[in-house]
Design a protein around this ligand. Structure first.
Ligand SMILES: Cc1cc2nc3c(=O)[nH]c(=O)nc-3n(C[C@H](O)[C@H](O)[C@H](O)COP(=O)(O)O)c2cc1C
Ligand code: SF4
Length: 510
């Protein structure tokens, strides 16, 4: 007999299995789980991949896809007689324009292939390197013991790669100091920040680095329970990770992962579920709405138990740190510790994922990525959340501190380059639409503010009158101060940064 909470945890998956949210499917899931129908309906409607069961082509609305003709693709889909839904970034910016077919297969329209850094032993993730199935770092970590592993993590200076850059060792230490012994390790593979596709490449090319990192984390914090939450649109990535788990568990669970219970959970089309507490809500079968913090997940996370949550890239750095020592990893960086996966797309020649010393400049990165296309004007350094910077900042070290000091952020290191063919009011609008669509709606400043920003900017685009921006700075302040989570706090950034750095694009237009 399943516990009530275990029933609840299955409802999203069950709705998907039933083909999405319909009166029939909701009734059936309610009968099987005992969760009230209204509750199931409300939960299912939160997730875009199941809230409308009709199959349709989904065309990406992300910044890079928009720059490269997503509207035209959507028009062609509609003209062909198919249903078309515009969706938030699909994480294929290097292959823009991207869409998902009615069968949820990825279709891309780029003439480029994804570029990655050549193999090198001086890279922690080393996407192009050989796949190592020995799990020797796990064996070494077990011999070292928890304290020594955390001490190497501290020496490495590893900062969380999910966006905030919080030092990893603090979380691990906090977890082992908790009194509760039921604990969880969760991998955040919900990558959905526009411009970002590094976790995608890590899962496709080096899934065992992620799995070994998770196993080391679980062994250190004293649990066998590992959850990997992968965004639902990453259909291929789910398959690759599932196969890698099977491979590492081995026959009769005798392989290196044999000791661990690894559960892969698919997201269902809600960007906000990348926020760690929203992710936990989603894992628990609820709407992915961020929780108030504190308590932080290390204290009260999944099922209210201590939970270590890390981004794919953060956790995939761990085996190399154990193999080579914390100092080795630390010294890979330039202005801050470690090597870093930078995603780059937009107006450059070889979009892709490049692992470089943390703190390289945009020019250095673009040099490796085949050079600029046209005359560069602006760049978005860390996803939609980071707003825009002018190209005059091309020599700024791309790290956590320097970007924050410049009024932006490193975020997910999803860099998009825009050349001077782009209207920055239009570019801001694409990003504003994203936040409006993805706000979970529980805080009024975020729910109303994201609509307001998009509407005022659209008014400007249509009428050319800057008076429409009269109150936007005040509203942006209210959003920053009055929102529960990071989405609302930075959702005005695309507009405020574009107006600050590109005043010529926001003048009176006739
Ligand atoms: C709106 C929002 C979206 C986020 N999306 C992601 C995401 O897709 N992937 C991710 O790893 N972290 C994301 N984060 C950061 C997570 O909340 C969390 O900080 C991270 O998973 C912690 O892992 P780390 O310490 O390895 O960075 C997001 C945060 C916010 C506020
Ligand atoms: S800030 Fe926005 S996304 Fe975050 S919890 Fe509030 S309404 Fe939801």
């Amino acid at each position: 007999m399943l516990k009530p909470d275990a029933n609840r945890e299955r409802i999203i998956e069950m709705l998907e299995h039933e083909g999405g949210v319909t009166e029939d499917s909701v009734r059936k899931v309610s009968q099987e789980t005992g969760v009230p129908e209204a509750d199931i309906w409300g939960t299912g409607k939160f997730y875009s991949l199941i809230n409308n069961p009709a199959t349709r082509v989904r065309v990406c609305d992300g910044l890079t896809c928009q720059m490269f003709g997503a509207d035209e693709l959507a028009r062609q889909v509609v003209e062909s007689g198919k249903q078309c839904e515009r969706v938030s970034c699909l994480g294929q910016c290097d292959l823009a324009v991207a869409s998902l077919s009615e069968e949820m297969e990825l279709v891309t329209y780029s003439k480029n292939e994804t570029s990655i850094s050549p193999a090198s032993d001086t890279l922690a993730i080393n996407l192009a390197g050989e796949v190592d199935l020995s799990y020797s770092a796990l064996a070494k970590a077990r011999l070292m013991g928890a304290e020594a592993v955390i001490s190497q993590l501290k020496a490495s200076g590893l900062q969380g790669r999910g966006g905030a850059g919080f030092p990893a060792h603090f979380k691990w230490t906090s977890l082992i100091n908790q009194a509760k012994t039921e604990r969880y390790v969760v991998c955040n593979a919900d990558e959905a920040e526009p411009g970002t596709f590094k976790d995608r490449e890590t899962m496709l090319r080096q899934p065992h680095k992620m799995l070994e990192g998770l196993a080391i984390a679980a062994a250190v914090v004293g649990t066998r329970e590992i959850y990997i939450y992968i965004r639902g649109e990453y259909v291929n990535e789910v398959r690759v990770v599932e196969a890698a788990v099977e491979e590492a568990k081995g026959k009769d669970a005798k392989g290196p992962l044999g000791d661990f219970n690894v559960t892969i959970v698919r997201g269902h089309g809600a960007y906000i579920c990348g926020e760690e507490t929203a992710l936990l809500e989603s894992l628990e079968g609820k709407r992915g709405m961020p929780r108030l913090k504190p308590p932080f997940p290390t204290e009260s996370g999944f099922r209210n138990k201590p939970t270590l949550i890390h981004n794919v890239e953060t956790i995939a750095c761990v085996p190399a740190i154990i193999h080579n020592g914390g100092q080795w990893f630390h010294d890979l960086g330039r202005t801050e510790a470690g090597s870093k996966l930078y995603c780059i797309s937009g107006h450059i020649n070889k979009p892709g994922v490049y692992e470089m010393p943390l703190g390289v400049t945009l020019d250095e990165l673009v040099d490796v990525a085949g050079g600029y296309v046209g005359t560069p004007l602006a760049f978005s350094p860390g996803g939609a959340s980071s707003g825009f910077l002018p190209i005059s900042k091309r020599d700024l070290p791309l790290d956590y501190k320097n970007l924050a000091d410049a009024g932006s952020m490193m975020g997910s290191a999803g860099i998009v380059v825009l050349n001077d063919t782009v209207d920055m009011a239009q570019a801001a609008n694409w990003q504003l639409k994203f936040f409006e669509r993805e706000s979970c709606g529980q805080c009024a400043p975020c729910r109303i503010g994201t609509q307001y920003m998009r509407r005022q900017n659209e008014n400007y685009i249509q009428l050319g009158d800057p008076a429409t921006f009269e109150h936007t700075e005040d509203v942006a302040w209210e959003m920053e101060q009055g929102s529960i989570c990071g989405l609302g706090m930075i959702a005005a950034k695309p507009l405020t940064s574009a107006r600050e750095h590109f005043p010529d694009h926001f003048k009176t237009r006739s």
